[in-house]
Design a protein around this ligand. Structure first.
Ligand code: F6P
Length: 549
């Protein structure tokens, strides 16, 4: 349970009340050292918290709160392989997947590294063969297109990383991601693919997710239609699986050699570091994939060793809690000023909301406070010309993360400076706003007649005080991307500890799945609709009238 009765929680509430009315403008004016006090640089990654509505006292109370929640102990339990995902009786060992050191992890007794290294070696051999044109399809041709079939954590992570690192992609190798059970997703792809040169990666930890299995079966039929009598021989040349269920993969027709194993201690939304990252290795090569792991490992080390005051995931998590639980923010925006980070907001939505979107604590009791805010986001440049109006003048408190890299991946003359100017301008405008006095002075300088000034003035004022964190990478390379993603993962972990949540289960997605299972035969007419609610019965009737099932 979050200890909302703890002195640290109460001190934060009192501190919030005392500092009501203090504007970010005041905080900056009062402290010429504010930027250096509230920013942390780590191996070229800069995180600036100075535009958050915090001061030294806020941080002190937040760190007290982390200590009250016994954060250091929980962190040790994570890294020592304790079964902290207690509702599924599982350890949470994604840090093992990016452990590149020699030796055992998490301990000599429970060492998972031999099997992790074995799968890494299997990924290396396979990806080198495919990338080198040595892995041949049923017609003897090399692979040109790779289609990852997966959903949720078996899609969002690798899809996002492949997009992020497209500047490092091997020319001539195209990566595609199919997740939607809507046949439009697969059908449109088939139009541009050649079965002789296409490789499917079926990624599903359980190998039973409806959307993924249906898409995988459709892809298998498409391949077999082309391979004809050669179908049985073609299947292992064009399909591999990433799963923890080798038996189900075998039932699909795949020999063990085509199966890349993951383990029950890898959560779906934390799995891109495992063989779920195979499309990443196929896209940028295994050396590039290991640079991604190395960056994440550097963040693991920082998270384990840095004092809370300078610990990036801890600070990010605590400031998020301040915004949600004390300032009352219901949402949090992710605003990348980087085209290659296009899929980061959806990845973070799953990471944060599937982990901490809960109202029941580890002890089974209702939480005494709200947990995760609603995470959303969009490429910043595009958002500026769409929804930023609301951030500036809509009156909602919307904390945001501004993310960019100093260098462009695909430089064209004259683009990077305007991109970065907008990136820096927006967080400053949101923080400091424009006072009535400033707005009036501008209108007067533009020689606007005084009667018009009076009517325009209310529209020209920006309240500001909108908090944001700015994150700058030197470049969106595999190493710094690994750091960035592990930073968010550990932030989610820290918040889960403070809210008293098990961040590693997701029972909330089950009800809809069960209901879909019941409604499927009703839609196809195999069963009636008795017992269903009135709305669903009427909707099924409507769908059956106009649809074709
Ligand atoms: O339904 C939610 C979920 O279980 C996610 O947690 C997971 O990432 C996704 O489905 C896909 O699961 P799988 O990899 O087993 O197909």
């Amino acid at each position: 349970m979050p200890n909302t009765n703890a002195p640290a929680w109460k001190a934060l509430a009192a501190h919030r009340d005392q500092s009501a009315g203090v504007h970010l403008r005041d905080l900056f004016a009062a402290d010429p050292e504010r930027f250096s006090r509230f920013s942390v640089g780590l191996e070229g990654l800069l995180v600036d918290f100075s535009k958050q509505r915090i001061d030294a006292q806020t941080l002190k109370h937040l760190i007290d709160l982390a200590e009250t929640a016994r954060l250091a102990e929980w962190r040790d339990r994570l890294f020592s392989g304790d079964k902290i995902n207690f509702s599924e009786k599982r350890a949470v060992l994604h840090p093992a997947l990016r452990n590149l050191k020699l030796g055992a992890f998490p301990s000599v007794e429970d060492d998972v590294m031999p099997e992790v290294r074995a799968v890494r070696a299997q990924m290396r051999t396979f990806s080198e063969k495919v990338r080198g044109g040595l892995w041949r399809g049923f017609s003897g041709e090399a692979i040109r297109d790779v289609v990852n079939i997966g959903i949720g954590g078996s899609d969002l992570g690798p899809k996002m990383v492949v997009r992020c690192l497209s500047a490092y992609q091997r020319a001539g190798m195209r990566l595609h991601f199919v997740s939607n059970v809507d046949s439009a997703h697969m059908a449109k792809l088939f139009e541009m693919l050649d079965p002789r040169t296409t490789l499917f990666v079926v990624a599903s930890k359980t190998f039973s997710t409806q959307e993924t299995m249906l898409n995988a079966h459709t892809a298998r039929e498409w391949l077999c239609a082309a391979a004809g009598e050669d179908c049985a021989r073609a299947l292992p040349l064009h399909f591999v699986a990433v799963t923890s269920d080798v038996t189900r993969a075998a039932a699909f027709g795949l020999p063990e050699a085509n199966v890349f194993k993951i383990w029950d201690w890898v959560g779906g939304r934390y799995s891109l570091w495992s063989a779920v990252g195979l499309p990443i290795a196929l896209s940028i090569g295994m050396n590039g994939f290991e640079r991604l792991l190395a960056g994440a490992q550097a963040m693991d080390t920082h998270f384990r060793e840095a004092p809370f005051e300078k610990n990036l995931p801890v600070l990010m998590a605590l400031i998020g809690i301040w915004n949600t639980n004390f300032l009352g923010a219901a949402t949090s925006a992710v605003l990348p000023y980087h085209e290659s980070l296009r899929f980061l907001p959806s990845f973070l939505q799953q990471l944060e909301m599937e982990s901490n979107g809960k109202t029941v604590g580890r002890d089974g009791q209702a939480l005494s406070c709200q947990a995760n805010p609603i995470v959303w986001g969009e490429i910043g440049s595009n958002g500026q010309h769409a929804f930023f109006q609301l951030l500036h003048q809509g009156g909602w408190l919307v904390p945001s993360d501004f993310i960019a890299s100093a260098q462009s991946d695909f430089p064209l003359p004259g683009h990077q400076a305007p991109l970065m100017a907008n990136f820096l301008a927006q967080s400053a405008a949101l923080a400091f706003g424009k006072t009535e006095q400033e707005a009036r002075a501008e209108l007067e300088a533009a020689q606007v007649p005084s009667e018009q000034i009076a009517s325009l003035l209310p529209h020209k004022v920006f309240a500001g005080n909108q908090p944001s964190t700015t994150i700058i990478l030197p470049r969106l390379d595999p190493y710094h991307l690994g750091m960035l993603l592990a930073l968010y993962e550990h932030k989610v972990f820290v918040q889960g500890v403070i809210w008293g949540i098990n961040s590693f289960d997701q029972w909330g997605v089950e009800l809809g799945k069960q209901l879909a299972g019941r409604l499927l035969p009703a839609l196809t007419g195999e069963t009636g609709t008795d017992g269903l609610d009135q709305s669903t019965r009427a909707l099924i009737a409507w769908c059956r009238e106009y649809g074709d099932f």
